[in-house]
Design a protein around this ligand. Sequence first.
Ligand code: UD1
Length: 423
Amino acid sequence: MDRFLIEGGRPLEGSVRIGGAKNAALPAMAAALLTCERVELDNIPQVRDIITMGRLLAHMGAVVETPELPPTTMIIRAEKINGAEAPYELVRTMRASILTLGPLIGRTGSARVSLPGGCAIGARPVDLHLKALEQMGAEISTSHGYVEARVPGSGRLRGGHVIFDKITVTGTENVLMAAALAEGETKIENAAREPEITDLADLLIKMGAEIEGAGTPTIRVRGKQKLHATQHTVIPDRIEAGTFLVAGAITNGALELTGCAPEHLASVIAKLRETGVEIHETAPGTLAVRGAKTLAAADVRTEEYPGFATDMQAQFMALATQAEGTSVITETIFENRFLHASEMIRMGANISIEGRRAIVHGPSTLSGTSVIASDLRASASLVLAALVARGETIVDRVYHIDRGYERIEEKLSSIGARIRRVH
Ligand code: UD1
């Protein structure tokens, strides 16, 4: 299993290009199942989850090609879907596989998708996805660890009125995709407002769907008989950008991030400024970050977009260990998303957990040791902590970070970090 060896204590300086958003690229790839025509996706990040989704689509009969190197362009042709099934071997490594459920039912009237099961950061059920698709006419049962769905009669879903009990990002995406081929209008209420939802709606509109209200809590979709070929450029990854902003801040460095969408980072930028970090948009899509000699503590509460993203919580905790004073970090989205805290404590951080709150007293001098990454964003936060720690840190189970960050060790080395991957 790969691990990173990181020698801390160097300010990061230079320029980094931010890749396409994993969480926008995954639903975009799934959406290609909705048409038998060619879908070209650009700005695809080179991360493990994208490879997994590509395999999943190929398993279902789609032709998936990446004609260029580096493979940031992907062409998907789902002319025929021969196996509307997402098997456990692929789903277990990536929860986002559930995104194939909506398009499969929408296009073929049936689907068999393995249940994603639990994961380190919480139970993460898919009950809301299933309930919504049932409201659109699907008959759904779960047996032997699989969701089996079928639309009786014509095999075509019908529009419905979906009111989500709780805001769910992939749940909203699944319904959006299913509704694009359903008969009549679907109204989605309490929809997620993440930029990735708007990006998916933009793609579906280019494919011929009629959608209004994406980016607001109420979305209306008028279903079409057929969708068609298109080209779409995926939005920049706001979480990768946020992680590099923290990397600049925590090392008291000076970085320039290109290829970002600063408008999607408003709450993260505001929070970092509260700690004393300087961030400016120096050109369209370019952010400059400069650390501060003394960082101030700041409280954070994770919320659905446009609030502070849960996917940035762990990285902010790493920064809070270096800030003067007490930062209270409240996690409201996932029930068990503080697994990184115990590893940071082993590095010398002063953190106590009280239910959904982490109380961080800083600043602490961190020292290198062996730490284990428990999930994608937790592993990023441990890399950040290692960048300021004294001596060498070994971050184990790097496969988590490879799921969602493209060539992170190359990008970090190019701006002065001492980081090495060992096999
Ligand atoms: C997506 C993101 C993930 C991010 C999360 C929250 C992708 C591929 N992943 O995950 O990076 O951390 O949004 O911003 O885009 N829930 C239920 N029942 C359901 C669905 C969700 O109870 O059927 C709960 C979850 O357990 C969680 C909350 O709702 O507590 C929000 O989860 P959700 O927005 O669905 O997260 P994902 O879409 O899985």
